[in-house]
Design a binder for this molecule. Structure first.
Ligand SMILES: [Zn+2]
Length: 136
C-alpha cells in the first residue's frame, strides 16, 4: 500500500501546491503580519480574512520528536520518527512549526535543536540532515 496523499481543500491547497513545487509556504496575515500554521481561513490574532504566503528558507531546527513503534502504517518501516520542526522563514524572524517525518537521519541521531534541511519527496515534505550552506 502506498502512502495516502493529504486531503486538500480551499484553506490548505496553497500549502500542498507549494510542497509539490519544493516550497513550504506559511500563511501571513496581510492586516497584522502574523504568521500562522496549520492553515486556517481567519487570523487568530486580528480576525482578518486577508492573507498571503511567505516561503520557508529550507533550513529548520528540531523542536521535538517522537518515535512511533506500532501500529505501523503499511507504507512505513518502523520504528519511524515524527518530528516537530521550527522553520527558518524568508523575510521574517518568526519560526512557525510543522510536523513531518524524516529522511536520511537515524532515529537515534535525533537531537533537540539540531539543524535540519527540508527534503521534498513524493509530494510531501520531510526533515533531513542539515545541508551545506549552514544552519539558520
Ligand atoms: Zn492578523
Amino acid at each position: 500500500m502506498t502512502r495516502p496523499l493529504p486531503v486538500t481543500g480551499r484553506d490548505n491547497a496553497y500549502y500542498w501546491e507549494g510542497v509539490a513545487k519544493g516550497d513550504v509556504l506559511i500563511q501571513k496575515c496581510t492586516a497584522c503580519g502574523s504568521l500562522r500554521h496549520p492553515p486556517s481561513p481567519m487570523c487568530p490574532d486580528c480576525q482578518s480574512l486577508d492573507w498571503t504566503t511567505v516561503k520557508a528558507t529550507g533550513h529548520a531546527v528540531l523542536h521535538s520528536y517522537t518515535i512511533c513503534h506500532h501500529p505501523l502504517p503499511p507504507w512505513e518501516e518502523g520504528p519511524y520518527a515524527v518530528v516537530l520542526i521550527d522553520l527558518d522563514m524568508e523575510d521574517s524572524d518568526a519560526r512557525p512549526r510543522i510536523v513531518c517525518g524524516t529522511r536520511g537521519i537515524a532515529n537515534e541521531d535525533l537531537r533537540i535543536e539540531m539543524p535540519l534541511s527540508l527534503v521534498f519527496e513524493d509530494g510531501l515534505v520531510f526533515a533531513g540532515p542539515a545541508q551545506e550552506g549552514g544552519a539558520p
